[in-house]
Design a protein around this ligand. Structure first.
Ligand SMILES: [Ca+2]
Length: 211
């Protein structure tokens, strides 16, 4: 085997190693009259489908509570499971706040089962009322806890490591906190591998090695 063939083989192996095992996308635009498995994220939180008023006047999910916690949670594939295996490296969502008492907006994942909490990250500090804003959070599901903490993630009590949590996601949630009666909208939620950095070697780069 020539040195070039060995080099190309190594590059191919590296390229395959970069590719997620099961690249996927989880996306919900709430344009079709159903919540598609999204539910309220506390026993006092109600969610409903709204036919208009979402992004570009499309349908969206609304969430209300009298007790300071609103948002929505999903507990089924493709929103849960092994985020690394699914190739997820980011989350994006459009949010609209209807209340003055909102103080925090989080993306949160819980680990494994009802016995555990998980990790969360603040997705915005802008709680301007009545306008849609799109938030994007990039992450690497294999991060060490140190990496995740440095990126702004917060570990809750009774949780596993960041990487263990991302490999065994039990629930996926947009969690908005505040004081008293709160109301918000969610639209265009997406978990995806579309947020990969562009430095990953491309097929063109590999093919160029044959020339
Ligand atoms: Ca929509």
């Amino acid at each position: 085997m020539t040195r070039r063939v060995i080099f190309v083989s190594t590059m191919l192996a590296m390229l395959l190693g970069f590719l997620p095992a099961n690249a996927d996308t989880a996306f919900e635009d709430w344009n079709n009259g159903v919540l598609n498995g999204w539910s309220g994220n506390s026993s006092n939180t109600s969610v409903a489908w709204e036919s208009s008023g979402g992004v570009d006047d499309s349908g969206y999910l609304s969430s209300q509570s009298e007790f300071g916690i609103i948002g929505a949670v999903h507990n089924s594939e493709p929103y849960i499971g092994d985020y690394g295996d699914s190739g997820y490296d980011g989350v994006r969502c459009s949010l609209k706040f209807f209340s003055t008492g909102i103080t925090e907006a989080l993306f949160r994942v819980r680990y494994l089962s009802t016995f555990y909490n998980g990790w969360y990250i603040r997705v915005t500090e802008d709680f301007t009322m009545g306008v849609w804003q799109t938030v994007t959070i990039k992450f690497d599901p294999t991060w060490s806890d140190e990496d995740a903490l440095a990126a702004g993630w917060v570990q809750e009590a009774a949780s596993a490591t960041f990487a263990e949590t991302m490999a065994n996601v039990y629930t996926c949630e947009i969690r908005v906190l505040g004081v008293g009666s709160l109301s918000m909208g969610m639209d265009n939620f997406m978990l995806s591998n579309d947020f990969l950095p562009t430095s990953t070697p491309s097929w063109d780069m590999v093919k160029s090695l044959y020339r």
